[in-house]
Design a protein around this ligand. Structure first.
Ligand code: BES
Ligand code: MN
Ligand code: ZN
Length: 491
């Protein structure tokens, strides 16, 4: 769908051309492009200010059928994210016009003080990610995806970055797959169904997959995970996906764990009705991890990468776990379940303890829609990162900035651990304080990670979005896929 083109403007037919325009600087080099921009700016209504838009028709002797000029604002404020958003909006404009083919005039990297690779990747990502909508349940989708997006660049650039479109497309396809999983309603992603979907996608990508079913989880004593699954009529499972690099000897082992609650009612500690439908997205961590594995299969990083997703449904019923129940976790520690709605941490500790025992990872990262408190703290567009490893925290923060999946470091104060004390068991899954819920959840997890280099990323806010944005529709966002891909290059 994505490629480079180096045609000379005015010499061949272009159905839909999008040109980014800066309000206070010239960001193109090609003289035809400069002439087109000058023609647009000669009009009173278009000066290249942020979000200004103008469409002109039949330019350059009719060779450019439609030309969309999009304002980016002042040069100093233009970042990679500005370009992602521009490309995304351009794709949506083409969809809205019911056209299928877009040419994007890439600006000059030097003019924006940006590395060419960063600029091209941002444009490519914005275009690819915007070209997806979740239509599984619509008889007639409102918009068809574009068939082709071409980035207009000099031929030397096209040659130098020849591998970029394919790589970006692979990653974005994985993001869109993760979005689809998150947006799918709970009735069509029962735990074993979702596990099967993960396994199928991963093995199609050429990865090794193993699925533990309920009987195997029982035999292996995943006591905390099984306690969450106990109320559901649908059996849990755990999917393990392995990527082995070509040079496996001496390679680091990175384990990614993703929370996979296909629907979180809260269990016996039932959630209020308002907004509960969003809890179909409580497997966004798992979707991001499997999405990242699909991308990894194509990107072929140097590390061994393993994705592990515990998958359960959290329901109230006659067989459900009760508040006050005490269970023995995979690690052997007993947990008093003070609140059945704090279920994410229960499935994560068993999956992480299993991962540590089996794979002895050099780095362990978990992604989870873990706490409402995290959304209160950072809002809906940012994740929180918790880690005692400064280098790992810095790498995650930098990766988040690079791909605009922002991760903000949070503290894990030792003295807050007191809040998780249980009179009867080794630990309680519920804090004795109403405050600092994202922190106490992270501290709970940290009791099961031993000396492993570990980070926890709480994506309760950005995992799904009620409203669409420049390059994402409403529903699952696929948050975490690009973050993890970028992170692997920093470890
Ligand atoms: N899945 C929720 C967290 C959540 C909230 C995700 C909002 C996305 C948006 C999690 O399982 C949960 O219920 N957490 C409780 C923990 C509490 C009972 C200690 C919470 O945050 O209220
Ligand atoms: Mn819950
Ligand atoms: Zn949950």
């Amino acid at each position: 769908m994505l490629n480079f083109t180096s045609v000379v403007l005015g010499r061949s037919e272009i159905d839909f051309l999008a040109i980014p325009v800066c309000e206070d600087a010239e960001i193109h080099a090609d003289k035809e492009l400069l002439a087109l921009v000058a023609e647009a700016k000669a009009l009173e209504e278009f000066k290249g200010e942020a979000k200004q838009q103008l469409t002109l028709y039949n330019l350059l002797d009719g060779r450019v059928r439609r030309c969309l000029f999009m304002g980016l604002g002042p040069r100093k404020k233009i970042t990679a994210e500005t370009l992602r958003a521009f490309a995304g909006r351009a794709v949506k404009a083409v969809m809205g016009a019911k056209r299928a083919d877009l040419t994007v005039a890439a600006p000059l990297a030097q003019a924006l003080d940006m590395a060419p690779q960063v600029l091209l990747q941002a444009l490519a990502e914005g275009a690819c990610l915007a070209n997806h909508s979740f239509t599984r349940y619509k008889e007639k989708p409102k918009h068809e995806p574009l068939q082709r997006v071409s980035l207009l660049v000099p031929s030397a650039t096209a040659k130098q970055f020849a591998a970029l479109p394919g790589r970006v497309e692979a990653v974005c396809r994985a993001v869109c797959q993760a979005r689809e999983w998150v947006s799918t309603p709970g009735n069509d992603k029962l735990p074993e169904q979702l596990g099967q979907a993960f396994a199928t996608a991963a093995s199609r990508a050429g990865l090794k997959v193993r699925t533990l079913d309920q009987a195997q989880l029982k035999r292996a004593k995943f006591g905390a995970l099984l306690a969450v699954a106990a109320g559901s009529a649908h059996a849990p499972c755990l999917v393990e996906i392995v990527y082995t690099p070509a040079k496996a000897a001496g390679a680091q082992t990175i384990v990614l764990v993703g929370k996979g609650v296909t629907f979180d009612t809260g269990g016996i500690s039932l959630k209020p009705a308002a907004g509960m439908e969003a809890m179909k997205g409580d497997m966004a961590g798992a979707a991001a991890v499997v999405g990242a594995m699909l991308a990894v299969a194509r990107l072929k990083p140097k590390q061994r990468v393993i994705g592990i997703t515990p998958i359960v449904e959290n329901m109230p019923s006659g067989t459900a776990t009760r508040p006050g129940d005490i269970v023995t976790s995979f690690a052997g520690k007993t947990v008093e379940i003070g609140n059945t709605d704090a279920e994410g941490r229960l499935i994560l500790i068993d999956a992480m303890a299993y991962a540590i025992k089996k794979h002895k990872p050099d780095v362990l990262v978990d992604l989870a829609t873990l706490t409402g408190a995290c959304v209160i703290a950072l809002g809906e567009k940012m994740a929180a990162v918790f880690s005692r490893d400064e280098a790992l925290t810095a790498a995650i923060k930098a990766a988040g900035e690079a791909v605009h999946e922002r991760c903000w470091p949070m503290p894990m104060p030792d003295d807050y651990k007191e809040l998780l004390k249980s009179d009867l068991a080794d630990i309680s899954n519920m804090s004795s304080s109403r405050y600092g819920g994202a922190i106490t959840a992270a501290l709970f997890l940290s009791e099961f990670t031993n000396a492993t280099r570990w980070a926890h990323i709480d994506i309760a806010g950005p995992g799904h979005a009620k409203k669409g944005s420049d390059y994402c529709g409403p529903g699952g966002t696929g948050f975490g896929v690009r973050l993890l891909c970028d992170l692997l290059e920093r470890l």
